[in-house]
Design a protein around this ligand. Structure first.
Ligand code: ADP
Length: 555
């Protein structure tokens, strides 16, 4: 039998079967011994035959001989009076040799105690017990021994019925091994489970702590905060959002936040939001959110993506900061700048007039020194006037009132006159002009000249070492392009991003030039009013090319 290939369940079943058969056999023997059975039906081929026990001594004998258990009778000193052939097989001796021997010959030393106990008990009562049997060639056989006394004609004898437990013990052993293995496996699984549980507990605690940290932080900062999924759906707001909007989670979760964005700001908000989701670039935008009392307040939104190890965006964290007060202050400042520059304009104009009068004074000879003072005062006044004009322009742009007439403009002429102007102002600079022919566009000559002069002034200001400036007006693919190139300090990519913002100036401790950061802001506004494009190509330390482009006027 290939017991090592049997499964645990098969072994269990086989063990159960053996036990059942053993019990059945024992019960049968018990019943025969106690005279409870009068007859036996024995299967004989296909037929059944009835044997009457009381009347058939011979039949008993045959039965005892054929049974699967060893059967012996002993006298008081342990000598074997009778043995069936099965017992002789169990001890590996010829039957005739067995009878007359002391039974103890077949009991190994380890079982002596048990055997004596059984025999002693057996003479008094029926009893059972397990012990080992040994053959002459030292093969040990585990047996179940049932003892009972028999009243024979010759006197009382002790009958032993021995059931070979080898297969059962092997099965039990197999079972035990399998059981032990099972227990080991169970223990290992339990250990693993405990470890897993510990890890999960620690991780859950970590997660809880970090989530609580995040919540605590999110609910206690003055900003409104949200997180959104890579697809754009918002899945978390902090308490401030609910306090401000007066809405419940379900109302503004997902894409529901659109309801509280000012209708005038919604399109630009969606555009910027979707662009950020698609590109993974930081979302930054000012817009107005409706408060619970139906008033709108300006907010600065900023959302950054959180990425996993592979660079995939997991979610976005966004904040909306209330900038209503700053906006109001800015408006007040703009208003003040507007009024102040307007008020300055009139006295400056009259100052300029008087200086011009002084410059042409002829009635008596004016000392040379005074003439020089008047010239310097005029120069300073011109600067002041430009500054005041810029301030006025900025406040007009803010109020949406930078208005002017458009007409046909010859760009080539405009560029040439700007270069003349510049050459007059900056004697030590060399202006290279490669412009030829005629280029017409629709625009405002005065404002476009303002842009070109701003480019040239900046080139002069930011390239003190190299005195060459190239100015070009050209047509590329039906687009007119005016560019001013210098070889000065140049700009970094980060600076380029912000250069057209209002009041933006590069903070460079090494290079200080006067200015308020208004020129390019005004220029950008003018070009955008012309439906054109303004831009810069530059590298830090390698100069810059500022340009604008607009459609050519077809004639
Ligand atoms: P500003 O009056 O400060 O020159 P602008 O709006 O004209 O104001 O320019 C904004 C900033 O852009 C400047 O402060 C300067 O840092 C930078 N910039 C402008 N033109 C150039 C240039 N040609 N080369 C290097 N930096 C420049």
């Amino acid at each position: 039998m290939e017991t090592d290939k049997l499964t645990y369940q098969q072994l269990m079943a086989e063990n159960e079967e053996l036990r059942f058969r053993l019990e059945e056999a024992n019960d049968t023997i018990e019943a025969i011994r106690h005279g409870q059975i009068d007859a036996l039906i024995v299967k004989n081929g296909d037929e059944h035959q009835l044997y009457t026990l009381k009347t058939a001594d011979q039949t008993y004998r045959v039965f005892i001989e054929k049974m699967n258990e060893g059967a012996v009778t002993l006298n008081h000193d342990g000598t074997i009076l009778y043995s069936n052939s099965r017992f002789a097989t169990m001890v590996n001796e010829p039957l005739e040799k067995v009878i007359g021997l002391k039974f103890s010959v077949f009991v190994p030393e380890v079982s002596h105690g048990k055997f004596n106990e059984l025999i002693n008990d057996g003479w008094k009562n029926d009893c059972k017990g397990e012990m080992l049997l040994t053959s002459r060639d030292f093969k040990l056989t585990p047996c179940l021994v049932s003892c009972t006394t028999l009243d024979l004609d010759e006197g009382t004898a002790l009958s032993l019925i021995l059931t070979d437990l080898t297969v059962q013990k092997e099965t039990e052993w197999e079972l035990k091994v399998k059981n032990d293995q099972l227990e080991d496996a169970q223990e290992a699984a339990e250990r693993l489970n405990n470890q897993l549980e510990d890890t999960v507990r620690i991780r859950t605690a970590d997660l809880l702590i970090s989530r609580e940290h995040f919540k605590l932080l999110a609910n206690n900062i003055p900003q409104m905060t949200w997180t959104n999924l890579p697809g754009g759906e918002v899945d978390f707001y902090n308490q401030r959002w609910f306090d401000y909007t007066g809405r419940r989670y379900g109302e503004t979760a997902g894409w529901g936040w659109q309801q509280v964005v000012h209708p005038d700001d919604l399109q630009k908000t969606l555009d910027a939001y979707i662009t950020s989701l698609q590109t993974g670039k930081i979302f930054e935008l000012e817009n107005r959110y409706r408060r619970w009392d139906n008033t709108y307040r300006w907010h600065l939104n900023r959302a950054v993506p959180l990425r996993d190890d592979t660079g995939e965006i997991i979610f976005w964290v966004g904040t909306a900061t209330d900038i209503e007060e700053q906006k109001k202050q800015l408006d007040l400042k703009d208003e003040f700048i507007g009024i102040a520059s307007h008020e300055l304009k009139t006295p400056l104009t009259s100052l300029k007039g008087y200086l011009q009068l002084m410059g042409v004074y002829k009635r008596e000879e004016v000392p040379q020194q005074i003439k020089q003072y008047v010239e310097k005062a005029s120069g300073a006044l011109n600067k002041l006037q430009r500054l005041v004009n810029d301030l006025l322009d900025v406040s007009k742009i803010q109020a949406g009132r930078l208005e002017y007439m458009l007409s046909e403009v010859n760009l080539v002429k405009l560029v040439n006159s700007s270069i003349e102007n510049a050459a007059h102002m900056y004697h030590d600079f060399e202006f290279a002009n490669t412009t030829q022919g005629e280029i017409y566009i629709e625009g405002n000559a005065e404002r476009l000249e303002q842009v070109i002069m701003n480019f040239i002034n900046n080139s002069v200001k930011y390239s003190t070492d190299n005195k060459k400036i190239i100015i070009k007006a050209e047509v590329v693919n039906d687009v007119a392009r005016v560019s001013v190139t210098d070889f000065g300090i140049g700009l970094s990519a980060e600076q380029i991003d912000r250069i057209f913002e209002r009041f933006y100036r590069v903070e460079d401790k090494k290079f200080m030039a006067s200015g308020l950061g208004m020129g390019l802001y005004i220029s950008a506004e003018i070009i955008s009013n012309h439906n054109g494009k303004i831009g810069v190509e530059s590298e830090l330390g390698k100069g810059a090319t500022f340009y604008f482009e607009m459609p050519v006027l077809k004639k």
